[in-house]
Design a protein around this ligand. Sequence first.
Ligand SMILES: O=C(O)CCC(=O)C(=O)O
Length: 251
Amino acid sequence: MEITDKQIKQFLENGFLLVENCLSENLVSELKREIDLMGEKDGPEFFREKSGAIRTIFAPEKFSETIKSLIGNKILVEPLRKLFNEPFYLFQSKFNDKKSLESGSWPWHQDFKFWKEDGMPEDKAITVAIYLTDVTNYSGPIICVPGSHKHGEISSKLNNPGGVHNEDLKYMISPETLSEVCRKSGGIVSTAAKAGSVLFFHCSLLHGSFQNMHYEDRKILMFTFNPISNKTVEVENPREEFMVKRDFTVI
Ligand SMILES: O=C(O)CCC(=O)C(=O)O
């Protein structure tokens, strides 16, 4: 997939770029089928809501060749070559589910706040979110503050030292901080779009999502890429390899 200079400018300006109609219906159905099959499995990669519904599956490519082949797919790789302009590797991959009426929220956060603790030197990583279902304004779309990636680390408070994959996140920002960031940048926007759309977003973009109040599930696959020049350094208590990849093979 080609992205234009205008789209690159939009990404640099806003910290995200939503590209609609990227994946074919067939590919989306196949990916969804593979993900549904995975729901039957269990293991350390699987994080569930209180109800038992899947919240996140890390490294889903371990369980599906179709998902694995997506990592090198030019739909993702070509835009990233332009956005990074340097060699990059896969830092993290996950599938985030939001089951209708069961899913929890993702409080406001910047991913880099967490990844810095994983040894990522600078906020250069980009996440590619692939919509496997229609994402509506009612099904818990990713919401973000355009331009917030330019504010560096946004002030937050330590909330729950062990909280990374539940609603009670390790770091939380206050309403006052959110208000200030919104005032300085573009306010809050939703990234709702049809299945097959792809969202590229910067690791310092302030984002989150609320509960899925729709009658249909919301399913998003996410791959985070990081320049080799910014590969993670060793840290004292590294997270598991399925959460923070340490295979720096160039994509
Ligand atoms: O899946 C979502 O709605 C948001 C997930 C998210 O914010 C993240 O993985 O950083």
